[in-house]
Design a binder for this molecule. Structure first.
Ligand SMILES: Cc1cc2nc3c(=O)[nH]c(=O)nc-3n(C[C@H](O)[C@H](O)[C@H](O)COP(=O)(O)O)c2cc1C
Length: 157
C-alpha cells in the first residue's frame, strides 16, 4: 500500500522537508490548506480555540494508505492548528505514523507529545523527527538528514 505525506506549511520549511520525504519514499503528497489567512486563523484559534476551516479541495482518502507521514510547523509551542483541523476531519485509524515538526528553536519535544494526542491508540508512531527551519538553516544538510530518516523504518525499495 502507498505512503502518504500530509503536511501544513506556512512559510515553506515544512513544504521543503515534505517534498524530499515524498520523493525518497515515492509517496503521495497532500498539502493542507486553510480558508483565509493562516496567521489570522492562528490568532482566532489562540483566542477562541476555533480551528481553521480546511479548503475543500483536499482529496485525501485515508483508506488508501497504511503509512502516513504527518508534518507541521510548531506554532506557539503547539502543532499548527491547520494540522489539528486535518486530523479532526480525517480521524486516522490503524496507521503507521511518522511525525515531523519544523520549528524555529523552541519547545518542540513537548509539541511532539501534543502531536500524539491528536490521533488515537489504534495508530502506531514509528518515527518522529524535529527540525529547525530546514529550508533556511543548512538546507542541504537538512535534505540529506531527511532523505535517510525513514529508509530503515519503511523499506521502500
Ligand atoms: C504563528 C507562528 C508561531 C510560531 N511559534 C513557534 C514556537 O512556539 N516555537 C518555535 O520554535 N517556532 C515557532 N514558530 C516558527 C516556526 O515553527 C518555524 O519557522 C517553522 O520551521 C515554520 O515552518 P513553515 O515554514 O513550514 O511554516 C512560529 C511561527 C509562526 C508563523
Amino acid at each position: 500500500m502507498k505512503i502518504a505525506v500530509v503536511y501544513y506549511s506556512y512559510s515553506g520549511n515544512t513544504d521543503f522537508a515534505a517534498a524530499e520525504i515524498a520523493k525518497v519514499l515515492n509517496a503521495d503528497k497532500f498539502r493542507i490548506e486553510t480558508e483565509g489567512s493562516g496567521f489570522l486563523n492562528f490568532l482566532r484559534y489562540k483566542i477562541t480555540k476555533k480551528l481553521p476551516k480546511l479548503r475543500d479541495d483536499l482529496e485525501f482518502n485515508a483508506d488508501a494508505y497504511d503509512k502516513i507521514v504527518l508534518a507541521a510547523p510548531v506554532w506557539a509551542w503547539d502543532v499548527a492548528p491547520a494540522m489539528k483541523s486535518f486530523l479532526k476531519k480525517y480521524p486516522l485509524k490503524n496507521k503507521e505514523i511518522a511525525l515531523l515538526l519544523c520549528h524555529g528553536g523552541g519547545a518542540s519535544e513537548k509539541t511532539l507529545t501534543k502531536f500524539k494526542t491528536l490521533f488515537d491508540d489504534s495508530n502506531k508512531v514509528v518515527a518522529e523527527k524535529i527540525m529547525v527551519n530546514p529550508m533556511k538553516f543548512q538546507p542541504s544538510r537538512s535534505l540529506s538528514f531527511i532523505g535517510t530518516w525513514l529508509e530503515d523504518v519503511w523499506q521502500t525499495t
